[in-house]
Design a protein around this ligand. Structure first.
Ligand SMILES: Nc1ncnc2c1ncn2[C@@H]1O[C@H](COP(=O)(O)OP(=O)(O)OP(=O)(O)O)[C@@H](O)[C@H]1O
Length: 259
């Protein structure tokens, strides 16, 4: 579980985050959504320690990340897997070498053990056949899967995914969402996904934090979101084509109730 407590962050005289509190649920997919510039990335960077908030606290399993000694913080960082936007693979390395990289950096395993682990995770993301390929030789969806394999190879407790569906077609996006959800459950990871994708929100949003202009505007689950009466949230979600259907469904249900 990750607890965000009263986080404030400014750059110069510009306030970016106003007193954000939220709890990211253990073993679930926690989504941070909101319009461009609402503060999602800054909040996530505060959560992983890339930015220091001006005030407030971030607790991992009850332990303050901001108060813990540097050595403990380093250990915590190794429990955090990251899937970056655009996958951020090394072009000059094969798929296998990309996935092995965190093991080379942070594990004391022998080459044989590392290879076994790499094969395991590549198998898990259905990519075993691509071991020797270079990123330029595989599709966008495959690159994301390599990114996921690399993010989970050190058995993280926490997984941060930044726009995992950017640049993917709807079908491939769905596969990536399903994979993230399955891995979250199987490996008992606390996953945080920053996304604009309303399909993902409905598919995997166990917990959703909606940010608006630096404020926490709404929180809830994918079961609750389309029934929310929050105006700002409705403006955001119903701008999505996909949710026009949901809106119509809700209007129909509302009119049924009135009868
Ligand atoms: N290092 C920085 N220095 C100054 N301002 C910053 C910095 N990083 C982000 N900001 C500002 O903080 C605000 C929120 O940015 P942020 O990247 O968190 O938005 P976002 O919700 O993630 O948007 P997007 O969906 O476009 O990625 C923006 O106005 C941005 O210009």
């Amino acid at each position: 579980m990750i607890e965000i407590r009263n986080i404030k962050k400014s750059f110069g005289d510009k306030t970016i985050l106003y007193d954000i509190s939220a709890t990211m649920q253990a073993g679930k997919c926690n989504l941070i959504i909101g319009a461009s510039g609402s503060g999602k990335t800054v909040l996530t960077k505060c959560m992983v320690g890339l930015f220091t908030p001006d005030s407030g606290d971030i607790l991992y399993n009850g332990e303050s990340m901001l108060q813990m000694p540097e050595e403990e913080r380093k250990q915590l960082r190794q429990k955090i897997g990251m899937l970056f936007q655009g996958s951020a693979l090394f072009d000059s390395m094969t798929v296998e070498q990309n996935v092995m990289f965190p093991l080379d950096m942070f594990s004391g395993l022998s080459y044989r053990e590392k290879k076994k682990k790499v094969n395991e995770v590549l198998d898990r993301v259905n990519l075993k056949e691509a071991n020797k390929k270079y990123p330029a030789e595989i599709s966008g969806g495959m690159k994301k899967r390599v990114g996921i394999a690399r993010a989970i190879v050190l058995n993280p407790k926490y997984l941060f995914c930044d726009e995992p569906n950017s640049g993917l077609d709807p079908q491939t996006s769905l596969l990536i969402d399903k994979l993230i959800k399955e891995i979250t459950t199987e490996y008992k990871i606390t996953t945080i996904v920053v996304t604009h994708d309303m399909n993902s929100v409905m598919e995997i949003g166990d917990y959703i934090l909606f940010m608006h202009k630096g404020y926490k505007q709404w929180e809830g689950s994918n079961k609750e979101i389309i029934y929310s009466k929050d105006e700002k949230l409705n403006e955001f979600i119903f701008a999505s084509e996909f949710l026009q259907d949901a809106k119509q469904m809700r209007m129909l249900e509302d009119s049924e109730k009135k009868k």
